[in-house]
Write a protein of this length. Structure first.
Length: 260
């Protein structure tokens, strides 16, 4: 039976990353603030004129309203995944930060748990910033849209786990281009972000619903547009099961990599 060496000390790892983030917060704030403006201008205004209204939950809504919550979901995915791949790899391999932390009473499990929760936190921070921008255009329905913050933590943790698993198995930092191309990019394009999944062939819809971003998009769109329905419980359960499976797997694989 596999045992995990965890205590509240993992908070110190999260705290360390937060302190570093505070020193570079101005740079970290820019992408979540500017990206939604660029996407909304390019896809919402430019493409939206050509597309017209989109059928969602039995109602026709503007295309800009349709993609705005999905952009938040994409930010959640990217923030957590890239934090626990490129950033965690740099801390582990180049900066030797993990070695320094492991020289303290912290265990490997606590270090990795702190990293995973920090990835989820970065997703929530980015979500809060994007909500400020998107709300200015009247594209979110409050108070229901406030649920985007806990969803960001949940979705961020799910993608942080996926990212950490990649960090545990890639030999060099350049190899991260492979999971980015094969895992992140297809979800970005075909996870219901820019068009309803009903537009895809049935087999493609089935594949899409096996991927986490599809369910994260469903949840973000549902709460942001005030259209919560029973089907969203399935997406919520999917993300919870994903975390229950891949959270311990990420710890186990990173334990094997760090303890030689």
């Amino acid at each position: 039976m596999i045992r995990f060496d965890l205590s509240r000390r993992f908070v110190r790892v999260w705290q360390r990353n937060f302190v570093v983030y505070r020193k570079t917060w101005k740079i970290g704030f820019l992408p979540p603030l500017l990206e939604p403006l660029l996407y909304l201008a390019a896809f919402g205004v430019g493409l939206g004129v050509m597309v017209g209204p989109v059928n969602y939950a039995g109602a026709h809504i503007p295309y800009t309203t349709f993609i705005a919550p999905a952009l938040i979901a994409v930010n959640i995915m990217q923030s957590a995944f890239f934090e626990t791949t490129f950033a965690s790899f740099v801390r582990m391999f180049y900066q030797k930060t993990f070695d320094g932390m492991l020289a303290t009473p912290l265990s490997v499990d606590e270090v990795i748990t702190g990293e995973l929760l920090w990835g989820a936190t970065k997703s929530a921070i980015g979500t809060a910033l994007m909500m400020l921008v998107i709300s200015a255009f009247g594209l979110l329905h409050f108070p229901g849209a406030l649920l985007l913050l806990p969803i960001a933590l949940l979705g961020g943790l799910a993608f942080a786990c996926a990212g950490m698993i990649c960090t545990a198995i890639v030999p060099t930092i350049e190899v991260f281009n492979l999971p980015t191309f094969l895992f992140i990019t297809p979800m970005f394009l075909f996870g219901g972000t820019f068009f309803p999944l009903a537009n895809l062939p049935v087999w493609a819809q089935v594949v899409a619903y096996t991927l986490p971003l599809t369910h994260l998009v469903e949840l973000c769109r549902g709460v942001a547009l005030g259209g919560w329905h029973s089907g969203l419980f399935f997406s919520l359960l999917y993300l919870i099961l994903w975390i229950l499976l891949f959270f311990p797997l990420a710890i186990i694989l990173m334990r094997r990599r760090l303890i030689k």
